[in-house]
Design a protein around this ligand. Structure first.
Ligand code: ATP
Ligand code: MG
Length: 410
């Protein structure tokens, strides 16, 4: 009996003329992962991508491939299925052999059938009825039928060439294919919010480039490693992320020595924004992404956000803007960044923090403080010191440090 993985499309189904571009991207993502694991054939038919092991060894690796497929955006359902000849006796034989082990630990099930090949002699309700009876027989009454609210669903799909038998389809990553929307620059800190913001935009097809600001030695080497670790977790979904690391130490010391303390954070955030905009332009990013959530801290009031936003000539996406911390934490747990995010390391924003930060800053007053330093020159000079580190899902981390600006190749 051969087992394959079925990946079911999400909203890509709704795409019109350009649907094949989206399909091609999803297949490419699966293939890039598959070749790291074993030998698999990947093809699509009827709004489903099939992942089929090519040899015995790859059959053994199907669980690993399944885990990978769960992280590919564009699919809403992923399941392993037994492949069967389109013959009812054979189907029932395989149901009895394959399905009971999938139902261990469950108390109720429902059987259903999908018949896209209308030439098959039985209708869906009849197939489901026979499959249900076969399951009951094979499990010796350990599990009961519940048509309304089953814990698990056993499904037989009668497709073009074969029938596919499965139970317990899992959720896919959802969204639209990675890198189908363009590129975005994620401002990645070591906190809870920014990795979640990056994940949310990646799910909407944005290919991520990341920038992290440090203030060594006020922030530690370990704080930077934490951020690279967060990037690494995001590569479960993106496969690779380049993180540009830039030190703001010099700027922060100048601000501390020359400017009004109440404006420290706002001034710093304007430098962060200006440097990010510059990098976004150099690396072909059409948007900047931050983990800001309205009113969460002093620098995230409407007025404070406007003070930094006004510096950017490209859109700033803030996917968390209307979310509560609890909602953000729930996503960070789901994507696996939470445990790393809560490790206690300092961030450049917490170095020299004002005792009384301005929550309703006037842009004019901020600019007045800003003029005490040569803003443009500091942006240029700081930008030039950046390091680029490429974090990969398979394999380690490469310190790329500027082979060439704008080199976006794999
Ligand atoms: P997070 O949990 O993402 O750190 P936060 O609630 O701590 O967010 P802030 O520190 O005010 O909020 O940062 C707001 C946003 O600014 C972050 O979500 C992130 O996008 C960006 N940011 C903050 N610090 C840094 C940093 N050191 N490097 C890059 N981006 C940063
Ligand atoms: Mg932070």
């Amino acid at each position: 009996m051969k087992e394959v993985i079925l990946c079911k499309y999400g909203e890509v189904i709704l795409k019109g003329a350009n649907r094949s571009d989206f399909e091609a991207k999803m297949m490419k993502e699966l293939r890039r992962r598959a070749k790291r694991i074993g030998s698999f054939s990947i093809y699509y038919a009827q709004s489903t991508v099939f992942i089929e092991p090519d040899d015995e060894e790859s059959c053994e690796l199907i669980d690993e491939m399944f885990e990978q497929a769960k992280h590919v955006f564009g699919f809403v359902g992923i399941t392993k299925a037994a492949v069967c000849e389109k013959n009812m006796d054979k189907i029932l034989e395989i149901v009895k052999d394959y399905i009971p082990r999938k139902l261990l630990g469950y108390k109720t099930f429902k059987a259903m059938a999908k018949r896209s090949d209308k030439r098959f002699p039985l209708g869906s309700p009849e197939i489901a009825g026979e499959v249900g009876a076969a399951v009951l027989e094979a499990t010796g009454g350990r599990i009961k039928v519940d048509l309304k609210d089953p814990e698990i669903t056993v499904c037989v799909e009668i497709r073009e060439k074969y029938a596919y038998i499965h139970a317990g389809q899992e959720k896919g990553a959802g969204g639209i294919p990675y890198a189908s929307s363009g590129r975005g620059l994620l401002l990645l800190s070591g906190g809870i919010d920014s990795p979640v913001a990056g994940f949310m935009m990646a799910k909407r097809g944005v290919q991520l480039e990341a920038i992290h600001f440090e203030s060594f030695p006020y922030t530690s080497e370990r704080a930077k490693e934490k951020v690279l670790e967060l990037a690494k977790i995001l590569t479960d979904y993106t496969m690779r992320i380049r993180v540009h690391v830039i030190s703001l130490t010099h700027i922060q010391e100048l601000i501390r020595d020359n400017c009004d303390e109440d404006y420290f954070t706002l001034l710093l955030r304007r430098y962060m924004m200006a440097i990010s905009v510059k990098l976004a332009h150099d690396y072909d990013c059409d948007a900047i992404i931050t983990g800001e959530s309205l009113g969460q801290v002093a620098s995230q009031t409407m007025k404070a956000i406007n003070v930094t936003n006004s510096l950017s000539d490209i859109p700033v996406y803030r996917p968390l803007i209307g979310m509560d911390k609890e909602e953000i934490i729930a996503i960070s747990r789901k994507i696996g960044t939470y445990e790393t995010s809560v490790l206690p390391y300092e961030d450049c924003c917490t170095v020299f923090t004002p005792r009384h930060p301005r929550t309703r800053p006037e842009l004019e007053k901020v600019l007045e403080e800003e003029r005490k330093l040569d803003f443009d020159a500091l942006v240029e000079e700081t930008y030039a010191t950046r390091q680029a580190i490429v974090v990969k899902l398979f394999g380690g981390t490469i310190n790329e440090t500027e082979r060439s600006i704008g080199d976006n190749n794999e």
